[in-house]
Design a protein around this ligand. Structure first.
Ligand code: GLC
Length: 394
């Protein structure tokens, strides 16, 4: 398959759901709780006895919600930095299959995605805090490090790439070790990443791989910020819906739906994707605050989706309005900040033949003043509360 072709669905998808879920969800203080509270390994591992979602819970609930939100793909933590696996592994007992839950959630998630037609992503943390080498690092204990990389990391990635059918995205993370309570960045060599990813591509020829194994691979991953890569390079911003990735019971700082739409449109206008994270509770349910927001975005996308999916980055100065994307024969202006009756686009050289509001189809009057294009007779109030999209036909 041609390289451009392989990644095309991802570039057109624009919006995905990130899920951080594991035994740490039981404590409800985020996915870094083991490190942040310096919990001894033996005590931490007992959490796996308490991580036991009810039978009634199915990952299908997540997938359906993602679909309702207009998301086209998902990425789930198969294991985070604490090493707890949501899948069956021959090289670890610390899994949801072997412990209290008694379930392979990765299999359930994969089946649910296939049922709904959702593209499937796996997040995998290279580091496992429970391993002594994660504090010794590759320099202090080179042979122990190498053994961990070969016998655990490479084996588990192989398991994930072998046991669940076709996987669309591999999302590495955790390329670091710990020294004196600080993270120290590692390199691709430390993980033998050339070999690792060659294996992945042999097992999954169409897979898309992120850049966090230390090699550039297919796409960049700005975290909690929107920073477009060079035009030829694919990128995806990952962002939390509140302030944390894993479930944090007292985190009520959810971004309003309007801000989330601003974020999504900003990603699209820079030619990238948004991977928006939710942290389900230990019972698997997604906090209501997140559900409400995702459904609002989904409603907005139902009407305004043509300005998002399959559109390109637009090099268009939108002045005070917000940002823009480019379709086949038109621009889409995302008006974040409604100006009232008149909107002035400061600098448009191209001929624009007509304009209308995407959600209502209502025509907009146009007037040229040199480089400026004035959109006239707009309604005083924005037609769409979350962000009004204006189509400019070339
Ligand atoms: C960071 C954090 C982690 C989170 C991830 C998401 O690397 O360590 O907890 O999973 O970013 O991008």
């Amino acid at each position: 398959m041609d390289e451009k072709e392989r990644i095309r669905w991802f570039e057109e998808a624009r919006f995905g759901m990130f899920i951080h879920w594991g035994d740490y969800s039981v404590l409800g203080r985020g996915e870094w709780v083991m490190f942040q509270e310096n919990i001894p390994v033996s005590e931490y591992e007992k959490l796996a006895d308490r991580f036991k979602p009810p039978r009634s819970f199915s990952p299908l609930e997540w997938v359906k919600l993602a679909k309702d939100a207009g998301m086209k793909y998902m990425v789930l933590t198969t294991r985070h930095h604490d090493g707890f696996c949501l899948f069956d592994s021959k090289v670890s007992d610390f899994t949801s299959v072997n412990r209290a839950a008694g379930r392979d959630f990765i299999k359930e998630y994969v089946d649910a995605c296939r049922k709904v037609g959702m593209k499937i992503g796996f997040y995998y943390s290279l580091i496992d805090w429970r391993m002594p080498v994660s504090c010794e690092g590759p320099e202090k204990n080179p042979s122990g490090w190498k053994k961990y990389v070969a016998d655990v990391v490479h084996r588990q990635v192989e398991e994930l790439m072998t046991n669940y059918g076709k996987i669309d995205i591999l999302w590495y993370d955790g390329s670091f070790y710990i020294n004196n309570r600080r993270t120290v960045a590692t390199t691709a060599e430390h993980w033998d990443a050339e070999k690792l990813n060659a294996m992945v591509r042999r097992l999954q020829p169409e897979i898309i791989i992120n850049n966090r194994s230390g090699l550039p691979e297919d796409f960049d991953t700005p975290e909690q910020h929107i920073t477009p890569s060079q035009p030829e390079r694919m990128w995806e911003s990952c962002m939390t819906i509140n302030k944390h990735w894993g479930y944090f019971a007292t985190d009520d700082l959810y971004k309003p739906a309007k801000e989330l739409v601003h974020i999504l449109t900003a990603c699209v206008s820079g030619g990238g994707n948004l991977l928006l994270n939710v942290g389900p509770k230990p019972d698997g349910t997604i906090p209501e605050e997140a559900i409400v927001r995702l459904k609002k975005i989904g409603k907005w996308l139902k009407v305004n989706g043509e300005s998002i999916y399959g559109t390109k980055r637009a090099s268009l100065d939108t002045g005070t309005a917000g940002c823009a994307s480019e379709g086949k024969d038109c621009y889409y202006i995302f008006v974040h900040w409604w100006p009232g009756k008149t909107l002035t686009l400061p600098y448009i050289k191209e001929e624009i033949s007509s304009a209308w509001v995407l959600s209502t189809g209502k025509k907009i009057g146009l007037k040229r003043e040199g480089d400026r294009l004035i959109l006239k007779n707009l309604p005083e109030e924005p037609p769409d509360e979350l962000t009004t999209v204006i189509v400019l036909k070339k």
